[in-house]
Design a protein around this ligand. Structure first.
Ligand SMILES: Cc1ncc(COP(=O)(O)O)c(C=O)c1O
Length: 376
């Protein structure tokens, strides 16, 4: 990633009575990011169903809904139960099939439009049984594997068989398809090419459905790196980016965000300078996780230090972040605080019981990370 010169930012000078390491969110930047995607989507007549796994916050979910989101996405039923406070239209983009999840999904469907993305008749039947028992109906999106190879049916015939099964099953409603292009990271021309290829496969599946009398009302796809290129997939009705609200170092490397667009940062304190050539921050894997930079996993280190753009966070232990100072024109002092932009912000948010929101007037508000730690 390109290092720019250090400059004071809006999150400098967090009061010393706030303990570190801590997560601070610049509200104005987060709202700007929400508006930017809302404007793009309006222009291209696309719905946005933001993935709330990034912020896990009822407050920011409500802001996304206010900006025109057609609904919200979650990965976990616990997240759905929390986000039910922000929106009445939820997509669980995860193959929930065990009794710990299905009963709660069916219960949510009594009061909310509840949809699940899944890739097996097994999961469909499990949700159907729970829905019938609860007296509710759950909308289903068939999860398609269009290149990420994580989940999703593998070809038009499998997609059709599952869609037909769903359409015939009591307690379920066939609503359409979803996919996650998590394999697409890179420069814009390459991503446009890849999205065109993906589009061909997607269109073939939708055509197969139509030939058999099935219409996918919802075609839900998208990630943060592909968000601004979604208009290259003509069949899409909605996108599901999550990271875009805060952005992170991965987003900077693929030019979908600048440093100034990174709304959420870890504030850390320099706790040791005893070993020559480095200083140690009070943030290790229990704050930043071990996630590497996607496009440079081996040499890029564990985060971007805003005040020391040439420094590298070379090694993490659980509570220590070792900052190599080679190339830096100054050396951080003991007790100094710095802002770290994590490689991948989403799991970092999940590690924090609370965060500080910096309001437009500069005040800091301590808030709970509402859906933190809800893993089922
Ligand atoms: C199914 C699904 N949809 C949407 C997203 C959001 O993508 P991003 O994190 O790039 O914003 C994710 C991310 O993991 C996902 O797994």
């Amino acid at each position: 990633m390109t290092a720019t010169t250090a400059k004071p930012t809006s999150l400098s000078n967090i009061p010393l009575d706030i303990p570190t390491p801590t997560l601070v969110i610049d509200k104005a930047v987060a709202l700007r990011n929400i508006k930017k995607l809302a404007d793009y989507s309006k222009k291209h007549n696309l719905g946005v169903r933001p993935h709330t796994k990034t912020h896990k916050s009822i407050f920011f979910a409500k802001e996304q809904v206010k900006a025109g989101a057609v609904g919200l996405t979650v990965a976990k039923v616990g997240e759905a139960e929390v986000m039910a406070n922000a929106c009445n239209d939820l997509l669980l983009a995860y193959p929930a099939l065990d009794p710990f999840r299905t009963g709660r999904i069916a219960d949510l469907a009594k009061t909310h439009t509840m949809r699940v993305g899944l890739d097996s008749a097994y999961a469909a039947d499990a949700i159907a049984a729970a829905a019938v028992a609860a007296g509710s109906t759950v909308g289903i999106l068939v999860d398609l594997d269009l290149g990420f190879h994580r989940t999703g049916v593998q070809n038009p015939a499998e997609a059709l068989a599952l869609a037909q099964h769903i359409s015939k099953t009591k307690g379920l409603r066939f609503d359409g398809v979803m996919f996650f292009p998590g394999n697409l990271w890179g420069d814009e021309p390459k991503m446009i090419q890849d999205l065109a290829a993906l589009s061909v496969n997607l269109d073939e599946i939708l055509l197969t459905f139509r030939k058999h009398g099935l219409e996918a009302k919802i075609v839900s796809g998208g990630s943060t790196p592909t968000a601004w290129l979604s208009h290259h997939v003509a069949a899409l009705t909605e996108t599901r980016p999550g990271t875009y609200i805060y952005n992170d170092r991965n987003c900077i490397t693929v030019n979908v965000a600048t440093i100034d667009d990174c709304a959420a940062r870890i504030i850390a304190t320099v706790v040791s300078n005893a070993v020559p050539g480095k200083v140690v921050l009070d943030c290790g894997t229990k704050t930043l996780t071990s996630d590497r930079l996607i496009l440079d996993p081996n040499t890029a280190g564990h985060g971007y230090i805003v005040e020391y753009p040439k420094a590298k966070l070379v090694r993490l232990s659980e509570e220590h972040g070792e900052m190599d100072l080679t190339g830096c024109d100054r050396v951080p002092k003991l007790g100094e605080r710095v802002q770290v932009i994590p490689n991948h912000i989403c799991p970092c948010v999940n590690l924090q019981p609370h965060a500080y929101i910096k309001h437009e007037n500069g005040s800091l508000e301590k808030v709970v990370v509402d859906a933190r730690g809800l893993l089922s």
